[in-house]
Design a protein around this ligand. Structure first.
Ligand code: NAI
Ligand code: MG
Length: 361
């Protein structure tokens, strides 16, 4: 098998460019230490691409994304391109990449170890020991359903799920549960939505293949509550596109900041057994703090670690990055979102601390 090392770096706009630059520094350091020979190729997406080409995602970049072994993505959402007169919306870039590359499985791990539990705005006794993984379906549901549109003062979206779409995300979730604590919570709104009733039926059917996994069904509103009341009870959760989006922003308050939350978006394996994927923080381009050099780079750096493990087959390098993040945070080196304005340090200071632990000297 040829070595997988070609990474497309799509920083996007806003803090996307700042946190991606940080993750690139870390990838360079880890590439050097482990002799990975990573090829990091920059590409314009989102607001940066609209500014240069008038479109959020060019065909050329899409082709390069298809050819890469993995994609490191920052964030898109430049508010300058928000209005009806804008040539394109920045967010179209990420939605199109997900859809065009078939990145149907979005993995969002949330961990709160004893040492970091004090950073959460929630009580330490509630969040300490949280170790959950949200598996969010990423290419279906209401974000992609047709028809959608607006007719004057009336607007509509469509929530659609098919049995095969639910089946394949359920297999991913059960497979991951098998490698963890063997508990799966399927989240839906089956008391109201037909798509959710189908979801529940199909997940239950798939469960027959995984008799060791304990399956529970939970309504999304009840899940939102339990995420704050008793987060340690969860192992793997599987849910649709929109519910997963909302629940994981909520879950980011368990470790204490969106700036700590990485994600992996995976396509089905290629015939040669490789797993192309896109890796990005769960947060957006944060226009409110963009350009200030204070964005937390940890979510993106942790996403780069997931990239090394899942798409490049470099578990040791991934573990080295994760250990460097944990040690840096444990030492009390963190950005404003974690430590507040008086103690928080810059994006660059956190990045240098992480790099120094990967490549001392
Ligand atoms: P956001 O995630 O950009 O920001 C929410 C809040 O969290 C802000 O107060 C922000 O300052 C803070 N925050 C986020 N990431 C942070 C970090 N790394 N360090 C410190 N603080 C951080 O969400 P918002 O404001 O709703 O959206 C901004 C734009 O981003 C919108 O245009 C939205 O559509 C887009 N967006 C893009 C995503 C993507 O590229 N995948 C995902 C989510 C939103
Ligand atoms: Mg979100």
């Amino acid at each position: 098998m040829t070595t997988r090392r070609k990474v497309l770096v799509a920083a996007g706009d806003g803090i996307g460019t700042e946190v991606t630059a940080a993750a690139v520094e870390v990838l360079r350091a880890v590439s050097q230490r482990f002799g990975l020979g990573l090829e990091l190729e920059p590409a314009l997406v989102g607001g940066a691409s609209i500014a240069a080409h008038g479109t959020a995602l060019t065909d050329a970049v899409l082709d390069r994304a298809r050819a890469a072994d993995a994609i490191l993505f920052g964030a898109v959402g430049d508010p300058r391109y928000d209005g009806p007169d804008a040539p394109d919306r920045p967010e179209r870039a990420i939605l199109a990449l997900r859809k065009q590359l078939g990145l149907f499985a979005n993995l969002r791990p949330v961990r709160v170890d004893e040492a970091s539990a004090g950073r959460s705005p929630l009580r330490e006794s509630i969040v300490a020991g949280t170790d959950l993984l949200v598996v969010r379906e990423l290419t279906g549901g209401i974000y992609f359903g047709q028809p959608r549109g607006r007719e004057g003062e009336r607007a509509f979206d469509t929530m659609v799920y098919t049995a095969p779409e639910i089946e394949r995300i359920a297999h991913v979730a059960f497979g991951l549960a098998m490698r963890r604590r063997k508990r799966l919570t399927s989240v839906d709104k089956a008391n109201v939505l037909d798509t959710s009733r189908l979801w529940r039926e199909v997940v239950t059917r798939v469960a027959a293949n995984y008799p060791e996994v304990e399956l529970e069904h939970l309504l999304v509103d009840a899940c939102a509550m339990d995420m704050l009341r008793r987060p340690t009870r969860f192992d793997v959760l599987v849910t649709g596109n929109m519910f997963g989006d909302i629940l994981t922003d909520e879950a980011s308050m368990l470790p204490g900041s969106m700036g700590l939350m990485p994600s992996a978006s995976l396509a089905p394996p290629r015939p040669d057994g490789t797993h192309p994927g896109l890796y990005e923080p769960i947060h957006g381009s944060a226009p409110d703090i963009a350009g200030q050099g204070i964005a937390n780079p940890v979510a993106t750096i942790a996403s780069a670690a997931m990239l090394l493990r899942s798409s490049l087959g470099q578990p040791e390098a991934a573990a080295a990055v994760e250990a460097a993040i944990a040690a840096t945070l444990a030492e009390g080196v963190a950005t404003v979102d974690i430590l507040g304005p008086s103690q928080g340090v810059s994006t660059q200071t956190v990045t240098e601390a992480i790099v120094a632990r990967i490549n001392p000297g």
